[in-house]
Design a protein around this ligand. Structure first.
Ligand SMILES: [Fe+2]
Length: 246
């Protein structure tokens, strides 16, 4: 078939060289992401085949649910690095930080400065999908006072903001940068999230992108990302991710 009128770009042509995926759950058995080392390698290999060879994976640190620490995360990271070497996959750049839920436990971690950053002072944070914490702005202030720069994970998924886009601007004014989930553009989280994602991109409010991969199902769905409309909106954002190269 002639490709002249092709509307979709294959996933292998979506990501710029040296793209860094700054949000994923690829460390085995420490959150709701990868279930095993085998599963971890399967997901990394699949993303490798999509043209992503550079990862800063970000397990949940979430209250009493996913009680990870820098130590538990870095120990798992070492195991994955060993496994990659064993399989002659050392060309994959693989590092770890975390996705911190803005909760009470986080406030304690912040006091001790025991936090893993994406790069230098950039800290990936998230909120509950039900509501923002009552002391959200105080927390964002304290994060920056402690010398970190917050990056809010998947702002488009906080449906309590969809009716009032001013609140997104308020978050940005409070010092947040925004990381979009690529899957939001495929409709994976529903129409409303997809619309919010498109609008945030159009209004120039998104700084970075991430896959937020938890499982193979996510990676299969990601193949649908390459529409003309999506790629036009995403191209500059995917470039921004290159700043996380180490
Ligand atoms: Fe995540």
């Amino acid at each position: 078939m002639l490709n002249l009128f092709k509307k979709e770009t294959p996933i292998t042509e979506v990501f710029p060289m040296d793209f860094v995926d700054i949000h994923s759950h690829l460390l085995p058995g420490i959150d709701d992401g990868s279930k095993s080392m085998e599963n971890t390698i399967e997901m990394i290999s699949t993303m490798d085949s999509y043209g992503i060879q550079n990862f800063i994976t970000t397990p949940h640190v979430l209250g009493n649910v996913w009680k990870n620490s820098s130590d538990t995360i870095l120990d798992k990271l070492d195991l994955v690095l060993e496994e990659l070497e064993k399989r002659d996959m050392s060309y994959i750049k693989f590092d770890a930080a975390a996705e911190y839920m803005l909760d009470e436990e986080f406030c304690e971690l912040l006091k001790s400065r025991d936090l893993l950053t994406l790069k230098e002072d950039s800290l990936l944070v998230e909120m509950s999908f039900l509501q923002a914490p009552v002391n959200l702005y105080e927390m964002l202030f304290d994060i920056q006072l402690a010398g970190y720069k917050p990056i809010m994970a998947h702002p488009e998924r906080y449906m309590f903001y969809h009716q009032d886009f001013e609140l997104y601007q308020k978050l940005k004014d409070a010092g947040c940068r925004f990381q979009l989930n690529l899957l939001s553009l495929t409709g994976h989280y529903g129409k409303s999230v997809q619309k919010a994602a498109e609008r945030l991109l159009k209004e120039g409010m998104i700084d970075f992108a991430g896959s937020d991969t938890h499982n193979m199902n996510h990676l299969n769905t990601l193949k649908k990302i390459g529409t003309k409309k999506n790629l036009k909106l995403l191209a500059p954002i995917l470039q921004n991710n290159l700043e996380f190269n180490r």
